[in-house]
Design a protein around this ligand. Structure first.
Ligand SMILES: Cc1ncc(COP(=O)(O)O)c(C=O)c1O
Length: 376
């Protein structure tokens, strides 16, 4: 599928230059059609709840095919935080959890909460200006480390953490790695068959175009027998409704959440859409657009916050005394986020084009104003 064919599935892109997929993308037509059909069935009473209930499990199998992993290694959860809270409980007593101080809260807070509740050591790794998150984490990993928790890309700077290096360092010290791919799966990679992390999770509502409430957690159940965070009728096989015995599933589905039906119905259609993006050329397309945008904003004297490897997400601070508002960009048809620190944040999906980059740069030039910020 070409970028143009992909783009044609998003009616919103007739009206907007969409650079805000790090926040959320617009709906893809096949996903919205499927959800509207489900709502109609619900309204008319023609739906079959047992069929709806099977959507999460069908989406689990479909996700396994898309990522080329064994379906037995995949669990379906509601949020990334739930995946992190599940995995953090596998840290060995006496070992330390390593996490960056500016990590996304759905990773950082489960780590902090678990460490506090269980009196475990946690190394919240400070970030030094000019030093990459990858290098900061590598410095912190040593023989006392039990679990490293890291997002491949964060939207506060767009660095693509070198997960190969992190996993090598962790594994050679006998530690495990939890990798959050929420901002990368579906755009920078799809094949998880050789992924070096012990636990991989991604919420599907961003680059994978799903409704919210659709998170996958992948781990080899023969290596890591996770303790279910929320045991229920969905975490045992065969599935039943009443009474015992309680025997957690031998597959990773032992960690399943009770599914939000409509979200998983939408996820099935979203996977149909996303799996048609060619992995290598799709990644290159998005990285090239980000690199082009970076050069153009540098020429406007913006500074790039990422001090590590580049990704499809660019976060750029305006020159001193100048600012751009998201509202002003929106008036010019550009959807992007301006962060708390007044940096412009953009992200490129396969539906974006060079014209989008040009239009965004024109809008930034048109809308930049003197800063209303008070000096510290
Ligand atoms: C890096 C990252 N991970 C995860 C999430 C979503 O977390 P959760 O599923 O806990 O809402 C986001 C949302 O912005 C994110 O940026």
């Amino acid at each position: 599928m070409t970028p143009q064919e992909f783009r044609a599935q998003f009616p919103a892109l007739d009206d907007w230059v969409w650079l805000d997929t790090p926040g959320a993308p617009p709906g893809a037509r096949p996903v919205i059609d499927r959800l509207e059909h489900a709502l109609d069935e619900w309204l008319s009473g023609s739906f079959d709840w047992a069929d709806w209930d099977s959507a999460a499990d069908s989406a689990r199998a479909q996700f396994a095919r898309y990522t080329r992993v064994d379906p037995r290694s995949v669990a379906t959860l509601s949020s990334l935080a739930e995946a992190a809270a599940t995995v953090v409980r596998s840290v060995e007593p006496g070992k330390t959890i390593v996490v960056a101080e500016d990590e996304f809260r759905s990773v950082l807070f489960p780590a902090l909460n678990h460490a506090t509740s269980n009196s475990l050591d946690i190394d919240v790794v400070p970030r030094t200006p000019g030093r990459s998150r990858t290098d900061s984490l590598l410095d912190a990993i040593d023989g006392s480390t039990g679990l490293v928790m890291v997002s491949e890309v964060l939207t506060n700077d767009g660095e693509r953490v070198d997960l190969d290096k992190i996993c090598n360092a962790a594994h050679s010290n006998g530690a495990l790695v939890f990798a959050n791919l929420t901002q990368t799966l579906g755009v920078l990679r799809s094949d998880l068959s050789q992924h070096p992390a012990d636990f991989v999770a991604a919420h599907g509502y961003k680059w994978m175009l799903c409704p919210r409430g659709t998170t996958w957690l992948v781990t080899d159940p023969s290596l890591h027998e996770l303790d279910p965070l929320i045991p229920s009728w969905k975490t045992v096989i065969p599935q039943g409704y009443f009474g015992g015995p309680y025997t957690p599933s031998q597959s990773s589905s032992r960690c399943n959440s009770s599914p939000a039906w409509l979200s998983w119905i939408g996820a099935r259609s979203a996977l149909d859409v996303i799996e048609r993006i060619p992995e290598t050329s799709g990644r290159e397309h998005c990285l090239e657009l980000a690199a082009t945008f970076e050069v153009a904003v540098r020429n406007l004297d913006f500074s790039i916050l990422n001090c590590g490897a580049r990704s499809h997400i660019v976060v750029a601070a305006p020159p001193a005394g100048r600012e751009v508002s998201a509202a002003a960009l929106r008036e010019r048809g550009i959807r992007a986020t301006v962060t708390e620190n007044k940096a412009v944040r953009v992200g490129f999906h396969y539906f974006n084009s060079l014209t989008d980059v040009d239009q965004a740069i024109d809008a930034i030039v048109d809308s930049i104003t003197s800063s209303s910020r008070e000096s510290p």
